[in-house]
Design a protein around this ligand. Structure first.
Ligand code: KIV
Ligand code: ZN
Length: 512
């Protein structure tokens, strides 16, 4: 590895999933892991194996699937955690255990109830144990930025002596500033005698909106790995956004002479996937991936852009995978053209999923004159969210009136058996959701209902997200359709299917 290479450690599936409401299914995590690997991520933190049997299963399956990237599982400094993490990742082509303990006086006193010597002993024991199981060990000093610098140096030296190959110094609470964070890395790397035996890593939270700036300062201070998430999702205000740090390094190579392995043209696809799966929409003015990130509204800017795009554009939309909205094809387009389009958009579907999407593409073509790339993406995402589900929406007829009353006449197929109801509601979406609840016999709490138009025009497909909660379990469902109420119902049905799977898993005996 050249000294100017920055490893990208993506923690969308672990720290990202810790955002309230961002729960993802195994299939969704596998899709995200596949995308991360394709885009050149060096390390994928797949989860926290000890957290539950479901989390263990996800880390294990990702470890089996991923071939090029390192796959890491998080573990606290306890032997049980570390054994479980090792068990989950040992099947990976390149496994890593990421173990951590808090090092600030505040955390040691109030959270761990341990003194400094006890923490040093715990680091030695946990890292040595992990290193006996797996060769690639990352150790993190939780709350490093509020840790006494002399003590931080002692902890780092201990971790490296015990076998850690990567040292992460997180800004756990998003408190530091760029100058302070850069100084911390410089000091630790200079003072710790064995610091040349490890790669140093940043991990910045965004509570003060400084996560990317702090990560860049960490790199300038000597870090060669950056921990980040797609769209910056994560605990509280989130983590350093991968798309921002990658494009900052790429665009400002003149003052930041570093490079990453990331295929930046894949950024938009990854962003869209993560926002669809989590239901966390990206704000319009978000850097790099926001809908307005490359839009030029004012006359002066537009004039400049027409004369020379560089007047107002520091990077091209194409460089992050934003393509001009293109008219795709009509209802007469054949299977081969559709397959080519899917490939161009980065999808590789199995036979059944392909047939299903092609059928829906034809149906949309019958109803809608213009079909755009975004329509195809929405229908593939919808297909992946709804195919193979035990509960399927068969038909929905809605009757509405301007006084707000609505009636939903719905048929669902539940385990291959069709059932119908006619139900009232306040507005058509409420009526449709009531119909599903009645047919399935559940009353989950609706945490989020979100609608987004996939393209422009009144015949645009609506893409809906529904977040449901039941007994502390949260799921997100997605659905797309030209009829907004049908899209909403499809999203609700997709979420209900996920709830049912979670219920089943909870009622199974715990794995050994
Ligand atoms: O923010 C943090 O400190 C973390 C550690 C577990 C690495 O996420
Ligand atoms: Zn974190």
């Amino acid at each position: 590895m050249s000294t100017s290479q920055i490893r990208i450690f993506d923690t969308t599936l672990r720290d990202g999933e810790q955002s309230p409401g961002a729960s993802m299914t195994l299939a969704e995590k596998l899709r995200i892991a596949e995308t991360l690997e394709q885009m050149g991520v060096d390390v994928i933190e797949a989860g926290f194996a000890i957290a539950s049997n479901g989390d263990f299963d996800c880390v294990h399956k990702i470890a089996l699937q991923v071939k090029n990237s390192i796959v890491a599982s998080l573990a606290r400094a306890s032997l049980g955690d570390i054994n479980r993490a090792a068990e989950a990742v040992k099947v990976a082509a390149r496994p890593r255990i990421h173990t951590f303990i808090a090092t600030s006086d505040l955390h040691m006193k109030w959270k761990l109830n341990m003194d400094r010597d006890a923490v040093i002993a715990a680091i030695d024991k946990s890292v040595s144990h992990a290193r006996n199981l797996i060769d690639d060990i990352e150790w993190s000093a939780e709350d490093a930025t509020r840790t006494d610098l002399d003590f931080l140096c002692r902890t780092v030296e201990t971790a490296i002596n015990a076998g850690a190959t990567t040292i992460n110094l997180p800004d756990t609470v998003g408190y530091t500033t760029p100058a302070e964070y850069g100084h911390m890395f410089r000091t630790v790397i200079e003072r710790v005698p064995n610091s040349d035996k490890a790669i140093f890593s940043t991990h910045c939270h965004n509570d003060l909106g400084l996560a990317v700036a702090n990560s860049l300062a960490g790199i300038e201070g000597g870090a060669r790995q950056v921990e980040c998430t797609i769209n910056g999702i994560g605990e509280r205000a989130g983590n350093c956004a991968m798309e921002e740090i990658v494009m900052a390094l790429r665009t400002r190579g003149d003052v930041l002479p570093y490079h990453t392995n990331i295929v930046n043209e894949d950024i938009m696809r990854a962003s869209k996937l993560v926002s669809t799966v989590t239901g966390f929409s990206v704000q319009n003015n978000k850097a790099i991936v926001g809908a307005n990130a490359f839009a030029h509204e004012s006359g002066i800017h537009q004039d400049g852009m027409l004369k020379n795009a560089e007047t107002y554009e520091i990077m091209t939309p194409e460089s992050v995978g934003v393509t001009k909205t293109s008219l795709v094809m009509g209802k007469h387009s054949g299977r081969a053209a559709f397959a080519d389009k899917l490939k161009e958009l980065g999808y590789e579907l199995g036979d059944n999923a392909f047939q299903d999407c092609f059928r829906r593409f034809k149906e949309i073509g019958d109803r809608k004159k213009n079909i755009y790339d975004e329509d195809i993406v929405a229908l593939v995402d919808d297909g992946l969210a709804t195919s193979d589900n035990a509960i399927q929406l068969v038909s929905l007829n809605t009757y509405t009136s301007s006084d707000g009353k609505a009636v939903s006449d719905m048929t669902l197929s539940i385990n291959d058996k069709e059932n119908s109801v006619v139900v009232y509601g306040t507005g058509p979406v409420d009526a449709a959701f009531n119909a599903i609840k009645k047919l399935v016999g559940i009353t989950p709490h609706l945490q989020l209902f979100q609608v987004h138009a996939v393209t422009q025009g009144t015949d645009a497909q609506a893409e809906c997200t529904v977040r449901l909660e039941e007994d502390g379990r949260t799921v997100n469902g997605q659905g797309a359709h030209e009829d907004t109420v049908t899209a909403a119902a499809r999203a609700y049905v997709s979420a209900v299917n996920k709830l049912m799977v979670k219920r089943e898993k909870m009622s199974l005996p715990a794995a050994e």
